[in-house]
Design a protein around this ligand. Structure first.
Ligand code: HEC
Length: 127
């Protein structure tokens, strides 16, 4: 038998599901605009995120390809690399801050919400 609180919980869960999916899509679309636009991420990571941008050729390590969805840095030392928090930190601060190459530049000038949109977009590139 349903109690009132169960019904409420089910309703909230349903609403959350409905509201979550379009948000993720909208975020990823916004992220793509930033990736292609002021982020200029494609110059290194490639237009489709394959790590093959025009500036990538001379680089070692190479810019990450986003199509395999494998990430290196565990910026918050929680034992897991490539979490949303890690990707936000790398994009914001650059990889040199976490002991890596200086070729992944930090973009502290991009607001947090836009960096989160970039992460949402990068997640969609995994094949
Ligand atoms: C000047 C070249 C360059 C630009 C521009 C650039 N990156 Fe990178 N990026 C790199 C390189 C090189 C690496 C690999 C660093 C390493 O392995 O130490 C990297 C790695 C990454 C990673 C993977 C981190 C990990 O843990 O594996 C993410 C995510 C990332 N970049 C996102 C972005 C986003 C988003 C932008 C645009 C705002 C961007 N990058 C712009 C060169 C660049």
């Amino acid at each position: 038998m349903f109690r009132k609180t169960d019904k409420l919980a089910a309703l909230c869960g349903g609403l959350l599901l409905i509201s979550l999916s379009p948000n993720v899509v909208a975020d990823a679309a916004a992220g793509k605009a930033i990736y292609d636009g002021k982020g200029a991420c494609g110059s290194c990571h490639g237009p489709a995120g394959m790590g093959d941008g025009p500036a990538a050729m001379a680089m070692d390590p190479k810019p990450r390809s986003f199509t395999d969805g494998v990430f290196k840095y565990d910026t918050d030392a929680d034992g897991q690399s490539g979490t949303d928090v890690d990707l936000v930190n790398i994009i914001k601060n650059g990889s040199a801050k976490y002991g890596g190459a200086a070729t992944m530049p930090g973009r502290a000038d991009i607001p947090d919400g836009e960096i989160e949109a970039l992460v949402a977009y990068i997640r969609t590139l995994k094949k």
